[in-house]
Design a protein around this ligand. Structure first.
Ligand SMILES: Cc1cc2nc3c(=O)[nH]c(=O)nc-3n(C[C@H](O)[C@H](O)[C@H](O)COP(=O)(O)OP(=O)(O)OC[C@H]3O[C@@H](n4cnc5c(N)ncnc54)[C@H](O)[C@@H]3O)c2cc1C
Length: 437
């Protein structure tokens, strides 16, 4: 038997598992995850009101239901089982642990109460057990979201929507209630550069056209009329579409709705303003854009905000003994190869960029490399696979969660959902495990 361990059950892990379980004869593929729940950011990152995007789970479920694929949830590689123990037990190890640790803003005051990273904020509203206690301070009229990508737009939209508009989402009730009772009137989404360089996509940007209580606003001065010829022609259409949507928003008065989303460009935060140990505002510096790069202008302004959420990117967490690039915050690798018998794919390999399908292409390429290496150097067949790891987990009193047991948790979440909601997530591991008694 060829024993294959995959660490992380997000899209990149699922895609590799799918390929290897089909193409490697005599393989057993064990997918470990530190959570009792599979699917990584499809469950804990993708916005709760974008249920259609989560349909990819059906495909991943088919992989897990194969006879030679197992889910081993609630096992943290690095603390419950070491990297070395995994390598000793498996012929192939694929590291697909993603990246959800927030990068720092690097400005004074960012440690104050009221400043959150998008990784922790998104995890909170999506019921990730790491953030069940976050309880963010949303007693704010003004909220700044720093970043100009789809994650920033997701957060802005969730803060802007009414409870009714979120009614068919799977946001946790705790987060829904906190947002619903927050006195928000102004959300500022701040990009360092202009709309031309923004990384959000039009589908997400356009969603603000029809929100019940929120109007999107933009300063027309930021809406260029001609694009630089240096742009990649394949990007031009997408940028033009965004500019067209933004031109529509520039006509909004903002007087007719109780909440305004200010789409701000060409500004960088420089300091969080403090009062009584809390956020009392944000100082920003205007930028001039030269050849697509932001250059500080020396001109400052302030925003009256009491909560700040930074959505400026993520890094992976190192696992003891695993080669790790601390500068880039990714698993050290050469085209997916980490060291002999160990591979990586997805966000922890490339950094936190790319939507779900990008991980498929990545995992297919790495998977093909694994297959070629297995054919060139067939394993000696002396690795014990899950038998060795199960023994260690039992000795260490770790309660694992199989795919069938995840289905029990899944059904319990579906059954307890209020009408209209697809599920009410458990956001604590003990609550999830209690469903299995
Ligand atoms: C807020 C947000 C919204 C997004 N929305 C969309 C969208 O609408 N559409 C879209 O296509 N893409 C979206 N994406 C991108 C998409 O989620 C990623 O491309 C994708 O999830 C990356 O897959 P991955 O497998 O590399 O990592 P992940 O999905 O993060 O999976 C990593 C898995 O590894 C596990 N793990 C981590 N450490 C360990 C450990 N030590 N031991 C065991 N297990 C471990 C984690 O629990 C997790 O399950 C979004 C991302 C974010 C952050």
């Amino acid at each position: 038997m060829i024993n294959i361990a995959i660490v992380g059950s997000g899209p990149s892990g699922c895609y590799i598992a799918d390929l290897l379980s089909k193409k490697v004869a005599g393989s057993q593929v064990d997918i470990y995850d530190r959570l009792p729940t599979p699917f990584g950011l499809v469950r804990a990152g993708v916005a709760p009101d974008h249920q259609g995007t989560k349909n990819i789970i059906r495909q991943f479920e088919r992989t897990f239901s194969r006879d030679n694929v197992s889910f081993v949830g609630n096992v943290n590689i690095g603390s419950d089982i070491s990297y070395q123990e995994l390598k000793d037990s498996y012929d192939v190890v694929a590291i697909t642990i993603g990246a959800l640790t927030d990068r720092n803003l690097g400005i004074p005051g960012e440690d104050l109460q009221g400043v959150y990273g998008s990784g922790e904020f998104v995890a909170w509203y999506n019921g990730h057990p790491d953030q069940s206690e976050l309880n963010p301070d949303l007693n704010s009229q003004g909220i700044a979201i720093i970043g100009n990508g789809n994650v920033a737009l997701d957060i802005a939209r969730l803060l802007a929507k009414t409870a009714a508009e979120m009614g068919s989402s799977d946001i946790t009730s705790e987060a829904a209630n906190a947002i619903d009772s927050a006195p928000i009137t102004d959300i500022y989404m701040i990009g360092r550069r202009s709309p031309v360089e923004a990384s959000f996509t039009n589908a997400e940007l356009s969603e603000f056209a029809d929100l019940e209580r929120c109007a999107a606003l933009v300063d027309p001065a930021h809406l260029v009329t001609s694009l630089p010829d240096t742009l990649d022609p394949k990007d031009v259409k997408a940028i033009e579409k965004n500019l067209e949507t933004l031109r529509g928003y520039a006509e909004n008065s903002g007087q007719d709705k109780p909440v305004r989303l200010h789409l701000m460009f060409c500004a960088s935060p420089t300091a969080v303003i403090e009062a009584d140990g809390k956020v009392a505002g944000l100082t920003l510096e205007k930028n001039t854009i030269i050849d697509g790069r932001a250059q500080a202008s020396g001109e400052f302004f302030e925003l009256p905000v009491q909560t700040i959420i930074s959505a400026i990117g993520y890094r992976s967490e190192p696992i003891e003994g695993m080669p790790f690039d601390t500068t880039r915050g990714i698993v050290s690798n050469n085209e997916g190869l980490v060291e002999q018998g160990v591979y990586t794919s997805g966000w922890c390999k490339r950094g936190p960029q790319g939507v779900i399908p990008a991980n498929r292409a990545d995992s297919m390429a790495v998977g093909k490399q694994i297959i070629a290496n297995l054919e060139a150097n067939p394993p000696a067949g002396n690795k014990a696979g899950s038998a060795a790891i199960d023994e260690l987990l039992t000795a260490r009193n770790v309660q694992t969660v199989s795919f069938d047991q995840w289905q029990v948790i899944n059904q319990a979440e579906i059954s307890r959902a209020p009408e209209g909601k697809p599920r009410e997530k458990f956001n604590r591991i003990d609550e999830m495990l209690a469903q299995l008694n």
